[in-house]
Design a protein around this ligand. Structure first.
Ligand SMILES: Nc1ncnc2c1ncn2[C@@H]1O[C@H](COP(=O)(O)OP(=O)(O)OP(=O)(O)O)[C@@H](O)[C@H]1O
Ligand SMILES: [Mg+2]
Length: 116
């Protein structure tokens, strides 16, 4: 099991959600965040030129998946969230020790398999 954390452009959110739906990915969490991705903004001050660490609005998607869904989830985000310009964001794939579905007490893969 993995927790896929993707941080990317807000304007790519709906396209990415559509791509994930097509990939049959169901449970996810969206948070609006601010981040820094290396881009620096020169700022004039009385002490001369300095730089400011720029913060940009991004979305953070968290998706808990079984191994079977890892590649499809990553590929859906890679293709839907990309513009090709700097600042497209990152995807982190984290190992997950345990997942529980609170309602049923189901664990691990069963806990992230959608109930139809
Ligand atoms: N190493 C990191 N750790 C945590 N969050 C990061 C990291 N790198 C980028 N982010 C998040 O992703 C957002 C977009 O980053 P960004 O796309 O600029 O990364 P990058 O590696 O500089 O890629 P690019 O070359 O396309 O700019 C940042 O605003 C930040 O929220
Ligand atoms: Mg960057």
């Amino acid at each position: 099991m993995k927790l896929i954390v993707a941080i990317f452009r807000e304007e790519k959110l709906s396209e990415t959600l559509e791509a994930l739906f097509r990939a049959e990915v169901r449970g996810l969490t969206v948070t609006h965040v601010q981040g820094h991705g290396g881009e620096i903004e020169p700022v004039e001050t009385y002490r001369g030129m300095t730089v400011r660490m720029e913060l940009n609005d991004k979305v953070r998607l968290e998706i808990g998946v079984s191994e079977h869904f890892v590649d499809a989830t990553v590929q859906a985000i890679l293709s839907a969230a990309r513009t090709g310009e700097v600042g497209d964001g990152k995807i982190f794939v984290l190992p997950v020790e345990k997942i529980y579905r609170i309602r049923t007490g189901e664990e691990d893969t069963a806990a992230v398999t959608p109930v139809t």
